[in-house]
Write a protein that binds this ligand. Structure first.
Ligand code: 1CP
Length: 354
């Protein structure tokens, strides 16, 4: 029996391969619109104001920590801080329902030339500031995650100018002007890498790269466009943190990309709900794996959620006694998710795995 670990030890140990008393648990988008406290803050303040005011970003990041015994908090920010800081004026319609809008979509070389690289990290300084403020308010024995958008997903929003089902403009650009796409990806990677390093400096234990739209690409295109940019980020983070800063990559819809993802240079993979756990483990025996409960399972009642968690814990224990495993969802929590289902999920991990 492994002695009881603190939440932060559990999170950090899931990257060393040491034995765990149980897997750590946190949830993508754990601070957000399914929580009444978050909705109350947003009724009073714009989305960017919440991100840029440390007292507010810490308050909303701590709300799920107070409600559920989660092992780690995540900095309250957004992946679209990077295009906004590059001068593309990202806005969210009120309530966020219609998704983000990017002021100047990238369609030609002149659009890329207009990106404002001078002092870009100064315009992003509110993110590490939010991380440091949250770290100071969070109990010392809980973990803290930082994050950034993966370059390809950031390219999707900057080229299409907002959300989309298929990101036609982005994928057309890859085919028509691959040099422009690569130049933009390399700039996005450099800015995201510095942002992640700044979050480590501010006290984050682990960072996650969100490649929400990476699954739209074929293997060949992912290898050609997405992976080199991810590799640039992980190389930079490894050098900056002297190998201490751990990185997780989440690729939504990335089942077909699984054989390639070791080349991203990350320490862990966050699996989406359609990716079979055991298949990922067979392909990546040395990586930390995180996931992968369907966020929609949380709408099907506490008994269903508990059964899903038990099945996942069995899969986790089947190899290497559950080392290198983190429980999470297979994508972000959906608005409208019942809080009691979230409570059941976390409780089943905390009590059920003992
Ligand atoms: O607890 C947390 O995780 C909150 C911090 C967080 C994170 C990790 C937010 C706050 N956003 C994100 C990541 C993020 N943002 C991703 C990657 C994860 C994912 O796929 O879910 C993506 C794609 C975005 C882009 C984004 N920002 C969208 C989706 C647009 C689309 O393409 O459909 C939206 C609606 C936002 C705004 C946003 N960011 C975060 C919140 C809580 C919100 C809702 C804004 C509101 O309050 O109305």
């Amino acid at each position: 029996m492994t002695p009881t670990l603190s939440s932060r030890q559990r999170l950090l140990r899931s990257f060393t391969g040491e034995p765990l008393d149980r897997p750590a648990v946190w949830l993508m988008r754990q601070a957000g619109r399914y929580l009444s406290g978050y909705r109350a803050v947003r009724a009073q303040h714009g989305f960017w104001d919440v991100c840029k005011t440390p007292a507010l970003s810490t308050q909303v990041a701590l709300e799920p920590m107070a409600l559920f015994p989660l092992d780690a908090a995540i900095v309250f920010s957004d992946i679209l801080v990077v295009p906004d800081a590059l001068g593309l004026s990202v806005s969210f319609s009120s309530g966020g329902g219609d998704g983000p809008r990017v002021g100047r979509p990238l369609r030609a070389r002149a659009d890329l030339d207009a990106w404002q690289l001078d002092d870009v990290q100064a315009r992003l300084a509110f993110v590490p500031r939010a991380a440091a403020h949250l770290r100071a308010a969070l109990p010392a024995d809980r973990g803290l995650l930082g994050f950034a958008g993966a370059p390809f997903t950031l390219l999707c929003y900057t080229v299409d100018g907002g959300s989309s089902d298929d990101f036609v403009h982005t994928r057309t650009l890859l085919a028509r002007d691959p040099g422009l796409a690569e130049a933009a990806l390399s700039t996005l990677a450099a800015v995201a890498a510095d942002l992640l390093c700044a979050q480590f400096d501010a006290g984050c234990d682990v960072v996650q790269l969100f490649d929400t739209w990476g699954g739209l690409l074929t293997r060949d295109d992912y290898a050609r466009f997405a992976l080199p940019a991810l590799r640039a980020i992980t190389d930079r983070v490894r050098a900056h943190t002297k190998g201490q800063g751990k990185t997780i990559l989440f690729v939504r819809g990335g089942h077909h990309l699984l054989p390639l993802l070791g080349e991203a240079g990350v320490d862990g993979l966050s699996l989406d709900w359609r990716t079979p756990w055991r298949e990922a483990r067979t392909l990546h025996p040395r990586l930390t794996l995180q996931g992968n409960i369907d966020p929609v399972a949380l709408f099907a009642g506490a008994d269903h959620v508990r059964a899903r968690v038990r099945a996942l814990l069995r899969d986790m224990r089947a190899d290497d006694d559950g080392r290198r495993c983190i429980v999470n969802l297979g994508h972000g929590i959906l608005p409208g998710t019942p809080e009691d289902a979230v409570a059941a999920l976390v409780d089943e991990v905390v009590r059920g795995a003992g």
